[in-house]
Design a binder for this molecule. Structure first.
Ligand code: HEC
Ligand code: HEC
Ligand code: HEC
Length: 116
């Protein structure tokens, strides 16, 4: 009896853990600190955006890969100009949504950039 329980339970726990880890990786980190140059770093609530935008990943990831550090990498490779993500993505969306009276995010410099 004991042996039967061990055989059945152990693999299913392992499976559950593996599934949990995969789901976590797939959606990326909950909170990300983005490099913001001379103005200071930009804390970014990643999962909150996924939820607010109904899991529309391409709203952002059409511009850069789903990899840690992909914005810095694309800027270094010249695929993104400095401040391009900030202006054409972050601020643009926040401004449009604010004007439409929808839930939105910050527009002022110091509301996004944190000087340390
Ligand atoms: C509002 C913008 C936005 C949306 C929407 C968004 N992401 Fe991200 N995502 C980011 C940013 C910004 C980064 C960090 C890139 C960097 O480090 O340069 C990122 C990074 C990631 C990473 C890399 C790992 C990490 O945590 O840094 C993964 C994986 C990821 N996103 C998956 C997703 C998935 C899946 C969705 C849709 C369910 C999604 N993202 C929706 C902005 C977004
Ligand atoms: C909605 C959030 C947000 C707001 C508001 C914002 N920024 Fe940014 N800023 C970012 C992000 C994210 C980056 C990094 C990505 C990029 O360069 O596009 C960035 C990057 C920068 C950089 C570094 C560019 C580089 O590559 O060296 C500077 C400088 C900067 N911002 C200045 C400002 C100033 C000045 C304001 C106010 C007029 C401002 N930001 C408002 C999010 C924001
Ligand atoms: C396509 C639209 C969209 C894009 C792109 C987007 N945001 Fe947002 N942002 C939102 C919405 C919607 C909310 C409000 C979420 C909520 O109410 O839970 C928000 C909220 C925020 C907040 C939370 C403010 C608070 O009240 O605590 C921050 C910080 C933020 N955004 C930063 C950024 C940065 C930095 C970027 C670019 C890397 C970005 N956002 C890109 C739609 C967007």
């Amino acid at each position: 009896m004991h042996r039967f329980v061990a055989v059945v339970v152990v693999p299913s726990v392992a499976l559950l853990l593996a599934w949990g880890a995969a789901a976590q990786t797939g959606k990326g980190a909950e909170q990300i600190k983005l490099a913001g140059g001379t103005q200071g770093a930009v804390p970014f609530p990643h999962h909150r955006h996924q939820k607010a935008l109904g899991d529309d990943c391409l709203a952002c990831h059409a511009f850069f890969a789903q990899e840690p550090g992909s914005i810095v990498k694309s800027k270094a490779e010249g695929k993104l100009a400095p401040k391009q993500v900030m202006n054409t993505m972050c601020i643009q969306c926040h401004r449009d949504r604010k004007q439409a009276g929808q839930p939105s995010g910050p527009i002022g410099c110091a509301k996004c950039h944190i000087k340390e």
